[in-house]
Design a protein around this ligand. Structure first.
Ligand code: ZN
Length: 329
């Protein structure tokens, strides 16, 4: 589906597909929660549909029916076998074989690769030739929230389509209705989600917010000396998602903002502003910056190399604690 904040982008892309001027390889890039995947699949459906309209696929024809059933012979969805794992080179080879077959129905063969940054170096490498010399009617749609993790050789062969955080007025009605009319929270959620509407909706689901809240409270417990670093890492080491690292990073960013300008700081996490304000008063700014650097490194390696989760968590908390101690001296 196309979300309200994607409509003008959709018009441009759909028009080019209709006029047959769409490049054969697209890179849909933008942060989490922008609806890139939905956009990719909407576009794939339109390309395959036998009687498409400007708004997208018809939903009725043979092609649409097969796609809906997950059995369209001209559609290939390449994703990791398991979330967070790599897309392996043999999977890419299958995709290449698929691309070389002629079309069964319409005039297109479509592949969606998501997240494209899950391809390892060998996988990405083996895709290059297909990107360079596409077969007739090929449309490759790569989706990523982390374009910088893709080799430049891949990026340079794709037409990049950027999904930027939309203006609030394009999102508010949609998000409020998704939250069942409970509009009070939506600004906070959107802020925590860095403006990604789908991410904001995901956050609104209880478990997600609760998990985030619990993590924050546990960090406070460690900083107050009520929980040991070991107990903390034992609690989270089996579940050290990128999400957890990202949350920690945004709290650190808010803390740095508060250290620099306690009164005027615009916070990404307004829901825990009080605790952050209190904490910022006893933290050393340089140590917070160093800790942020560490987080960036951990996030960069997350999913690409095997990080020892226990060590990562202990490293974060020990450094955070020492940021406290420095200021108390
Ligand atoms: Zn159709």
């Amino acid at each position: 589906m196309i979300f309200p904040w994607q409509e003008s982008l959709w018009k441009q892309v759909a028009e080019r597909l209709k006029n047959d001027t769409l490049p054969h390889a697209l890179l849909l890039e933008g942060q989490k929660g922008m609806g890139k995947s939905a956009f990719a699949h909407h576009l794939a459906a339109m390309a395959l549909c036998q009687q498409s309209q400007a708004s997208g696929a018809c939903g009725d024809c043979k092609s649409c029916t097969l796609l809906e059933a997950g059995t369209h012979p001209d559609f290939f969805h390449l994703e990791p076998v398991e979330t967070g794992k790599q897309i392996r080179v043999d999977a890419v080879r299958e995709l290449i074989e698929f691309m070389n077959l002629s079309c069964h129905y319409g005039s297109h063969k479509v592949a969606v690769i998501e997240p494209a940054d899950a391809m390892n170096a060998a996988s990405a490498n083996s895709l290059l030739k297909t990107l360079e010399e596409p077969s007739h009617g090929a449309l490759l749609i790569l989706v990523t929230a982390h374009p910088s993790r893709l080799p430049i050789t891949i990026r340079s062969r794709c037409q990049r389509i950027s999904f930027l955080p939309p203006a609030e007025e394009l999102v508010s009605d949609w998000l409020i209705s998704e939250l069942n009319g409970n509009g009070e929270e939506y600004k906070n959620l959107l802020s925590i989600a860095h403006g990604g509407p789908l991410y904001a909706r995901e956050l609104a689901q209880d478990e997600m917010m609760q998990a985030r809240q619990a993590l924050f409270q546990d960090i406070l417990e460690v900083l107050r000396g009520k929980m040991t670093v070991m107990a903390f890492s034992a609690r989270y080491q089996n579940d050290l998602s990128r999400q957890v690292l990202e949350w920690i990073l945004t709290w650190l960013q808010d803390l740095a903002r508060l250290c620099v300008s306690p009164e005027q700081a615009r916070l990404v996490n307004p829901d825990v502003a009080q605790d952050l304000r209190r904490l910022a008063k006893v933290l050393d700014l340089q140590s917070i910056f160093k800790l942020q650097e560490k987080l960036y490194d951990f996030m960069r390696f997350h999913g690409t190399v095997n990080l020892n989760a226990q060590m990562v968590l202990e490293d974060i908390m020990i450094n955070w604690l020492s940021a406290l101690r420095v200021s108390k001296r």
